[in-house]
Write a new protein. Structure first.
Length: 354
């Protein structure tokens, strides 16, 4: 089976970790011999935005539609305002390709440690299901009286019944597929009294079709406390675009480092390609040093291969990653001293043993 992959390394460490992930995928494909990847790289970066005036060309989204999946590094660089980079590349892709789900698993990998005292490997094993198409990132609003001393900014969050129902169904299916069958829904429906209240209501309506799933509801502020103090009490979590964005960085840090966490931007209808990327950004503070943790990129690559239907290859890649972390080969953010290349070489070696 041959899969066509669009690769968008982007900026900063996005470039390093994408290169590492493509090398690991190539090793996986050669070793197993069960599938092939035909990769096309797109140089849609902040540097090119500054010279060409755009991240992707006008037909960029149409070009992407021809692929089976998209592998993304990170976008954002200090020379371009972050709302410009995000809204010219990653957000249009998620929206135009109907990637309305963002799945963000986290757990403590073999040989690594949570910064939480007493939190053992099995105690933190979560999947955050993030609404990825609307909510607080709907992009609606504006600034009035902008060039005066009484400027007003509005940022409109939009929650539609269709949008809420489909993310809830996905979250319930995810919860049902996991051993504990447990789903926690997060909002801030005490202070935000419209869209969040609709979330709550639709959550309980959809729940009626999933009586085997154990449910509960949290306000997002209290949720941060529960994640830190009682990680074991959580399993699958569903939250809005903004809340899940924040909670998933916290989740990654609690499971060891933001550098290990993967994400899948999915179009569950499979009419468009889905996109896979680590949850972290371009990390300008460590860019160009060759020390970025590539594990989140590898895990994202495993999720991509799984989505394409290559379950065995995905499981093999995860085993290879954890054999390496278990052996203590890791980057500084995980407490080790290896660089990106050393970790990548080690994972490739483990893949060759599969
Ligand atoms: P960031 O995730 O890039 O970095 C936060 C901190 O975590 C930094 O100290 C960084 O060094 C560290 N870190 C991140 N990934 C790491 C890795 N793989 N290994 C080791 N350490 C790692 O978030 P920040 O600094 O807020 O954003 C930087 C840029 O990235 C901004 O332009 C932002 O807009 C963009 N961004 C892009 C995203 C995307 O493309 N999906 C997601 C998040 C941020
Ligand atoms: Mg984020």
């Amino acid at each position: 089976q041959i899969y066509r992959i669009a690769s968008i390394p982007g900026d900063g460490i996005g470039v390093d970790i994408t290169e590492a992930a493509l090398r690991v995928l190539a090793t996986l494909s050669t070793t197993l011999g069960t599938f092939e990847l035909e990769t096309t790289t797109f140089d849609w970066s902040s540097a090119n935005y500054l010279t060409r005036g755009h991240y992707m060309p006008e037909d960029g989204l149409t070009q992407l539609k021809a692929f089976d999946a998209i592998y993304f590094g990170a976008v954002g660089w200090p020379s371009v305002p972050d709302h410009i980079s995000l809204w010219n590349l990653i957000l249009p892709i998620r929206k135009a390709l109907n990637q309305y789900v963002n799945v963000r698993p986290t757990r403590i990998l073999a040989g690594t440690k949570s910064p939480l005292v007493g939190c053992e490997r099995g105690d933190l094993d979560w999947v955050i299901v993030r609404e990825n198409s609307e909510g607080e990132y709907a992009g609606q609003g504006g600034i009035s009286h902008e060039h005066s001393d009484h400027a007003i900014g509005t940022e409109l969050a939009i929650f539609t019944q269709v949008g809420i129902e489909r993310i809830m169904r996905f979250a319930f299916e995810t919860a049902r597929s996991r051993p504990r069958k447990k789903l926690t829904m997060v909002t801030k429906s005490n202070a935000q009294r419209h869209g969040m209240v609709l979330w709550d209501r639709i959550f309980y309506e959809v729940a009626k079709g999933y009586e085997d799933v154990d449910i509960d509801k949290m306000l997002v502020d209290a949720m941060t406390v529960r994640m830190v103090l009682n990680p074991k009490s959580l399993d699958t979590i569903v939250a809005t675009n903004l809340h899940a964005d924040i909670l998933s960085d916290l989740a990654a840090a609690l499971s060891g480092s933001i550098g290990i966490a993967p994400s899948s931007n999915l179009d569950p209808t499979r009419k468009n390609p889905s996109m896979f990327e680590p949850i972290h950004g371009s990390a300008p503070d460590i860019a160009g040093k060759g020390i970025a943790n590539p594990v989140g990129a590898f895990w994202s690559a495993a999720e991509m291969v799984r989505w394409l239907g290559e379950e065995k290859a995905a499981d093999g890649l995860m085993r290879a990653i954890e054999n390496v972390t278990a052996a203590g080969v890791s980057t500084k953010d995980l407490g080790g001293s290896a660089d990106t290349k050393t970790v990548t070489d080690a994972v490739c070696k483990e893949i060759e043993k599969l």
